[in-house]
Design a protein around this ligand. Structure first.
Ligand SMILES: Cc1cc2nc3c(=O)[nH]c(=O)nc-3n(C[C@H](O)[C@H](O)[C@H](O)COP(=O)(O)O)c2cc1C
Ligand code: SF4
Length: 595
């Protein structure tokens, strides 16, 4: 199908300083857990988005020096020549698809825990991080300022050498340049603190130096948070950001505008439960009004109508996406091909970012199971190899999200016949009622996307209103059976502290309730005292000790993984561990030399 002409604007090229971006789709900096040390995973992950039509793709935050080391989390790095080699694979693969490559140069100041490097980061003032535990910077003197600016310059040169087309001087999320701009972090009394001009000096000088270092063939991007929601002490749009745009507009090639500081950065990657798409448009529009340079911005953009509205109304030039690009790396291509019903829209659940917060392991996504497995397992979200045993029939029991995903993928892999059998009258399982809870309407996308795909597959049949017991499954006649009957809350108080049930707990009683009983079935909550058993320990003990019938005892019990699945996972982890950096560089050399 052809694209709807109303979306043409999204596919117009745009100039970013010396570089031309082929359309208006930009994959914003975001982590994936690969950094520079898993260069092929990094490259394949980003390239999937370029293959899916993105005009530019960026690294995650990319450390410029061991002084800015985010270990235990995983960031990209441009510390030395090996990092150049590793990240050059990403650039090369992006270029093969006609996309620009961007690197987000990052110096964290107090927010860099430096657990691997053991360095002490430098900052505008000696104030500990409001985000990390026990991390603090050394207050910079003038020599320190020159040295740290040189770190930016050196990293920018490395980025250029690796093949990046765009380098950021990244301030947003309260990192070093923005710490200088922000009174909350900057308590200096010299020419780098106090007045706006002084607080802006470090960032302005750094941008100037980076621009000079990379010459006239690399674009300079600045990511700025235009509101930290901290009142007077945080960065503010009118007082700090708009004057800063006016101050450096002539040396910046593209502005990347968002909101939030570091502690409240859920204000940036906002869950759908609390904010609609496009919620940062007022701030982005304010910058767009005064800048002569292109402005790009995020806002969980999945709907092409909202995208064109933002551009046509002069609020943005470029649609930047993080989570929508994880959930569907082929978003631009599907809009281009008029396949809007195939878009796998991000549901705003924030499982992706929650996982980064616990330490930056490889990314996962609720909507896109292939995310992060493009290289290691060779998974593709849109292309499917025929299964080797495709001449078999499959019975999938249970049409909740897992059963639907399973039937859909098996259908796409060409199994002879797939029957998706469900006791209820429709697909969706738990996701039929959860989206009805306040703020969770967008989670219904999980079911809608799969339903549409399943409807299109001739080899997949949905069989509603059918309950199968073991004999029924056996008699059904399929060669392959998949059980996907889901998870449920325990009714007996089983808990994570004692690993045991709670004596007397029984959700058949009126005083004992599971979340499903309350939220789905409308079971009345009696009495005026509630003991909550959320499963980690103390709550369970409270519940056990609580006398009488006012207890609410609930524990989520999910199906354990099959031992085979654990064993398969271990094999894959071993495979990756057996490929340390040197091995990956060998692969890289082979790839570069075409051998
Ligand atoms: C998994 C994840 C990792 C992120 N990592 C970074 C990062 O490395 N650098 C950065 O500037 N922002 C990062 N962000 C913030 C995003 O760039 C973006 O501002 C935010 O997700 C809102 O955009 P969206 O609504 O399109 O998701 C990250 C967000 C997510 C969800
Ligand atoms: S669907 Fe959830 S996990 Fe996937 S990108 Fe969106 S917010 Fe992240």
């Amino acid at each position: 199908m052809a694209r709807d002409p109303k979306y043409d604007i999204l596919f117009e090229p745009i100039q970013l300083g010396p570089k031309t971006m082929k359309n208006r789709f930009y994959q914003i900096p975001h982590c994936n857990g690969f950094g520079s040390e898993k260069p092929l995973s990094q490259a394949y992950f980003r390239a999937m988005k370029a293959e899916g039509g993105y005009g530019a793709c960026c690294t995650e935050y990319c450390s410029i020096s061991p002084e800015s080391d985010d270990t235990h989390r995983v960031s990209a790095r441009l510390w030395d020549d090996d990092d150049i080699k590793n990240l050059s694979v990403m650039c090369e693969m992006l270029h093969e698809h006609g996309a620009l490559a961007a690197a987000e140069l990052w110096y964290g100041g107090p927010h860099a825990p430096c657990m691997e490097s053991r360095c002490v980061p430098r900052g505008p003032s000696q104030i500990p991080s409001d985000f990390e535990y026990l991390t603090y910077p050394k207050e910079m003197d003038k020599d320190d300022i020159r040295q740290v600016q040189q770190l930016y310059v050196d990293a920018a040169k490395r980025a250029r050498e690796a093949g990046f087309d765009i380098v950021y001087v990244y301030g947003s999320h309260a990192y070093l340049p923005q710490q200088f701009l922000t009174p909350y972090y900057n308590k200096r009394t010299d020419e780098y603190g106090g007045s706006f001009e002084n607080r802006a000096r470090f960032w302005r000088e750094t941008i100037e130096q980076v621009r000079e270092a990379v010459g006239d063939d690399t674009a300079i991007a600045v990511r700025m948070s235009t509101d930290m929601f901290m009142g007077e002490s945080g960065t503010q749009l009118e007082r700090d950001c708009l004057p800063f745009v006016e101050l450096v507009d002539d040396i910046v090639d593209v502005w990347d505008i968002n909101v939030s500081g570091i502690s409240e950065w859920g204000e940036d990657a906002t869950p759908s439960r609390f904010y609609p798409s496009g919620r940062m448009l007022p701030w982005q529009e304010a910058v767009k009004k005064i800048s002569k340079k292109p402005v790009l911005g995020v806002g969980r953009f999945t709907n092409p109508d909202l995208m064109i509205e933002a551009i046509n109304e002069g609020k943005l030039d470029i649609i930047a996406t993080c989570r929508p690009s994880i959930s569907d790396p082929w978003l631009p291509r599907k809009i281009d091909e008029g396949r809007l019903d195939d878009i796998r829209e991000c549901i705003g659940c924030n499982i992706c970012i929650s996982r980064w917060e616990i330490g930056g392991p490889p990314l996962i996504c609720t909507q896109n199971a292939t995310a992060g497995e493009e290289y290691r397992r060779g998974w593709h979200p849109e292309k499917f190899d025929p299964a080797e045993n495709a001449d078999n029939d499959v019975l999938v029991v249970g049409a909740g999200p897992a059963g639907m995903e399973c039937a859909m993928i098996l259908g796409k892999r060409g199994m002879r016949r797939v029957h998706l059998v469900e006791a209820d009258d429709d697909m969706g399982g738990i996701m039929r009622w959860i989206p009805q809870l306040p703020g969770l309407g967008e989670w219904a996308r999980l079911v809608n996307y799969r339903k549409i795909q399943i409807d299109k597959l001739r080899n997949v049949e949905f069989v509603p209103g059918t309950t199968l017991d073991a004999n029924g499954v056996k008699e059904y006649g399929a060669e392959i059976v998949v059980i996907a009957t889901g998870a449920y809350w325990a009714t007996d108080g089983l808990n994570g502290c004692t690993h045991d049930t709670i004596p007397g707990a029984d959700a058949a009683q009126p005083w004992c309730l599971t979340p499903e009983q309350i939220m789905r079935d409308g079971k009345e909550v009696p009495g005026d005292k509630v003991a909550r058993n959320a499963g980690t320990g103390p709550e369970s003990r409270t519940a056990a000790a609580w006398p009488g019938p006012a207890n609410s005892v609930a524990e989520k019990r999910s199906r354990p993984y099959a031992p085979e699945a654990i064993a398969a996972g271990m094999q894959i982890i071993k495979k990756q561990k057996a490929h340390p950096l040197k091995m990956r560089l060998c692969l890289l050399k082979q790839r570069l030399s075409g051998s």
